[in-house]
Design a protein around this ligand. Structure first.
Ligand code: FAD
Ligand code: UDP
Length: 394
């Protein structure tokens, strides 16, 4: 076996570790990937009918304030100056998201100044004054008041999570800002943009080293192929970025995920909605949002008479579905603690990435945590013989 390290999964976490091991340490790296392509959920492909780049596993917008990550990713791709903006349709009227002074004034047909809008929202959130919001419902009302919460958050969240917002953690909504000015950029990070030549070119550039061998269509749990769990663990260092519960054969219970069904439609028109993402805030519309990917790259020469759109429907993931967003219920969190204990004992295996740690990670977080894992675990292992997972050695 000509591998110094085996990496399970070719998403951003696995590729970052692979790239560092090959380029910094000169190691022979084998990546195994269950799918027929590399890149994990950030993978994109060209739509044959229109030539438009499609993000196969859902729209991916790159943004970060982490200087180290920004410098690192720029080694493999340049970025366009795309700035993400989202609009939302409520009762047939379109408003800017996240909620900002434009949304507030349009909703109340007013011309409030920042201070007037703050005072109004404080009054409308007054019913929860002094209480520490424990769930998404209360957090939403305390942030923006009941009328705006009921229009833009309550039903959208209900559709997206299929759960009453009273039973969801307040933290979900904390990542959505509320602004008392007219800034309607979706992200507040220092750096933002889309890979100029697309995600797949970026992902391939990371793996472009003769010391990295990739086996696609290869499942770590398939014992009929040589790169499997039984054959490798304890014999060669393994970085595992697949689902944590699957690794331990679900011994502590299944961790729950939300998945998305995409309904793709080709249209004989140059522009369907005038923007990349339109949310649908109302309960009567079954999908949460429509993505029109051509708008991610206004600089490209896409056809002016055709477009493609994707409607997104959210639901609980079953065994055969793609796991997209960790649900993190109380049972999930308890099982996760037990899995973490088991992972720490696992001989020579480093668990990482969003599936391997059961965490929602943006791309820059997956890359950032892989860079840290390389510095703190992988490099010390190969240079000084330290255990790769902080526990036992392979
Ligand atoms: P993944 O990309 O999931 O890679 C894991 C890989 O492991 C997969 O390729 C999988 O096939 C493989 N694997 C699993 N099990 C096995 C096995 N048994 N054997 C072999 N291989 C296996 N981030 C942003 O920054 N901006 C966004 O706008 C954004 N939008 C998103 C939208 C959606 C719908 C989703 C789901 C995620 C989004 N993300 C976004 C997050 C982004 O996808 C992640 O940060 C990134 O994918 C994490 O990389 P990873 O390597 O941890 O995991
Ligand atoms: N959200 C909402 N209405 C919107 C957009 C977002 O209620 O128009 C809420 C919803 O609960 C969502 C959360 O804010 O889960 C975070 O939004 P984000 O766009 O980050 O969600 P993602 O698409 O990443 O799940």
């Amino acid at each position: 076996m000509n591998a110094d390290i085996v990496i399970v999964g070719s998403g951003f976490f696995g590729l970052t570790i692979a790239e560092r091991c090959a380029n910094e340490l000169g190691l022979n790296v084998v990546i195994i990937e269950r799918r027929s392509h590399i890149g994990g959920n950030a993978y994109s492909e060209t739509d044959l009918e229109t030539g438009i780049e499609i993000h196969k596993y859902g729209a991916h917008l790159f943004h970060t304030s982490n200087q180290r990550v920004w410098e690192y990713v720029n080694r493999f791709t340049s970025f366009t100056n795309y700035q993400h903006k989202v609009y939302t349709n409520h009762k047939g009227v379109v408003y800017p998201m996240p909620i900002n002074l434009g949304t507030i004034n349009q909703f109340f047909s007013a011309a409030y100044t920042p201070n007037e809008a703050r005072a109004l929202i404080a009054e409308q959130a007054g019913e929860l004054a002094g209480k520490d919001p424990e769930n998404l419902n209360d957090k939403g009302i305390s942030l923006i008041g009941r009328p705006l919460y009921e229009a833009f958050i309550k039903n959208y969240t209900g559709k997206q999570w299929q759960t009453d917002p009273k039973n969801l953690p307040a933290s979900i909504i904390s990542r959505l800002p509320v602004r008392y000015n007219y800034d309607n950029r979706y992200f507040s990070d220092t750096y933002e943009g889309l890979p100029t030549k697309g995600y797949t070119a970026w992902l391939e550039a990371m793996a472009d080293n003769p010391k990295i061998t990739i086996h696609t269509d290869t499942d770590f749990f398939d014992t009929t192929q040589p790169w499997n769990q039984e054959a490798l663990v304890g014999k060669v260092p393994v970085v595992y970025t697949g689902p944590l519960d699957r690794y331990f054969n679900y011994s502590e219970g299944k961790l729950s995920w939300r998945t998305i069904d995409f309904e793709t439609e080709h249209l004989e028109m140059g522009d369907f909605q005038g923007t990349s993402v339109m949310n649908y805030a109302d309960a009567e519309v079954p999908y949460t949002r429509i993505i029109e990917p051509r708008h991610f790259h206004p600089e490209r020469d896409y056809p002016s008479d055709k477009t493609v759109i994707m409607r997104e429907f959210s639901r609980f993931a079953e065994a055969e579905d793609e796991p997209y967003y960790p649900i993190n219920s109380n049972e999930d969190r308890e099982a996760l603690l037990r899995y973490r204990e088991k992972a720490a004992q696992e001989n020579g295996v480093l668990f990482g990435g969003r599936l391997g740690t059961y965490q929602y990670l943006d791309m820059h977080m997956a890359i950032g945590s892989a860079l840290s894992a390389f510095d703190n675990k992988v490099r010390p292992h190969f240079e000084n013989g330290a255990p790769i997972n902080g526990g036992k050695n392979a």
